[in-house]
Design a binder for this molecule. Structure first.
Ligand code: HEM
Length: 378
């Protein structure tokens, strides 16, 4: 049956008389994959001095795929509830290569959040949130928040001492909201204390609810990138159109994307193999909290900011005020396309850049302070 796309000349990635060419021809006749390749060759990606930043969304996507793969393997042995720590101990010490899969999943989480950070800030400073890409930005912010919740919920699942006490500290934060606070914390915990009910809730969140929200939103995000094409930074916008360079998405950009994925895979493999993710003793609510109790690095900034507010403004109000300032920052960050929505925005464009630099500086400085004040434990 003829269709409209068959009018465009189809690319032939293999020699038609080779085995690969014949196999490709057989599949193409049935699934019309040639039209997809033709589309990839028609789509063009801008090339300029800031092109490096275009790879970070793809790198984040790569880590997401790694997380799904390693997560499904972990699911084969992990048991939520009373035996969660024992099952993670088995994965780490008894199951063949279990330690490596677990290490890849934990390092993968760190690398995925780090690459999403880079992607978000590069999109911000390249002003890729401006019209018509507002929904790309908003879907990105929600993806980022979901990613943090993925990290928070996954951290508790081994139920070792550190994850138990760090989660306890984390769940004390919503408690400072007047009125609703204690109710919110109790609902997340499944009771007044962290226990096997909490693990079951976090497990359901981690493997069912979050993926069910994340995947469709990520598809929406990627469809928008496809629809709008890549934005170009202001330095390129100033050039006459004839002087702007572009390359075909397929094969030029796709091959570079693939090279980045290979580098990302190597970094992950090295970290996972050389620095295997540790497992502490099983959580024991009766034991005192370890001295160096701290959240994962991506929560260190918010943890430290709340602590600083708590020190300067006494009582629960200090922490509540800190939480309020943090939420306000996130709201402003989300709404930035409404403030700096058009190119040639002049003063507004500059103010948005200063705001981005301020946010970045606060995140970096409070994270460094957070690690610097941790007591050394040997
Ligand atoms: C967490 C999962 C995410 C995935 C898998 C993802 C994936 C991608 C990909 C593949 C692209 C095209 C290539 C590129 O610009 O790097 C892209 C573009 C974009 N992303 Fe994301 N992204 C994610 C999160 C975010 C976040 C957190 C933000 C910001 C809040 C964001 C905002 C954008 C914007 C504005 C663009 C358009 C860039 C342009 O046109 O220059 N994304 N994303």
């Amino acid at each position: 049956m003829e269709n409209s796309s068959s009018a465009a000349p189809k690319p032939a990635p293999f020699r038609p008389d080779s085995v690969a060419g014949r196999l490709y021809g057989w599949v193409d006749e049935r699934l019309d994959v040639g039209s997809l390749l033709a589309l990839g060759m028609k789509k063009r990606v801008p090339e300029h001095q800031h092109s490096f930043w275009y790879y970070w969304g793809g790198i984040t996507l790569f880590f997401f795929l790694v997380m799904c793969f390693s997560g499904v393997l972990l699911l084969l042995y992990y048991r939520p509830g009373e035996s969660s720590h024992e099952s993670v101990r088995q994965i780490t010490y008894d199951v063949k290569f279990g330690w490596l899969i677990r290490s890849a999943h934990s390092w993968g989480a760190t690398l995925m959040i780090a690459s999403a950070f880079v992607h978000m800030f590069s999109a911000y400073f390249m002003k890729a949130y401006r019209k018509p890409r507002e929904f790309g930005w908003w879907s990105g912010v929600v993806l980022f928040v979901l990613l943090l919740v993925f990290g928070f919920s996954g951290y508790l699942l081994p139920m070792d001492e550190l994850s138990y006490f760090a989660t306890k500290v984390g769940l004390a934060i919503p408690q400072v909201i007047p009125g609703l606070g204690p109710w919110i914390s109790d609902m997340i915990r499944g009771g007044p204390e962290i226990g096997s009910y909490t693990v079951s809730r976090f497990f359901a969140l981690h493997v069912v609810i979050l993926p069910a929200l994340f995947v469709p939103l990520m598809v929406f995000h990627l469809v928008l990138v496809q629809k709008h094409g890549m934005s170009i930074p202001e330095s390129e916008e100033k050039k006459p159109i004839a002087e702007r360079r572009t390359v075909p998405f397929f094969p030029n950009f796709a091959m570079k994307d693939l090279a980045m994925w290979l580098i990302a895979l190597n970094v992950l493999a090295l970290l996972a193999a050389l620095f295997p993710w540790g497992l502490g003793d099983a959580a024991d609510a009766l034991k005192p909290a370890p001295l160096d109790i701290h959240p994962e690095w991506y929560f260190m900034s918010s943890f430290e900011t709340l602590k600083l507010f708590g020190q300067f403004i006494s009582g629960e109000f200090g922490e509540f005020f800190g939480l309020f300032v943090f939420t306000l920052g996130l709201v402003l960050w989300t709404l930035i396309p409404l403030f700096d929505g058009e190119s040639k925005a002049g003063v507004r464009g500059r103010l948005a850049t200063y705001f981005g630099l301020l946010v970045l500086a606060i995140l970096v400085v409070t994270t460094i302070i957070g690690y610097a004040v941790l007591p050394a434990v040997h």
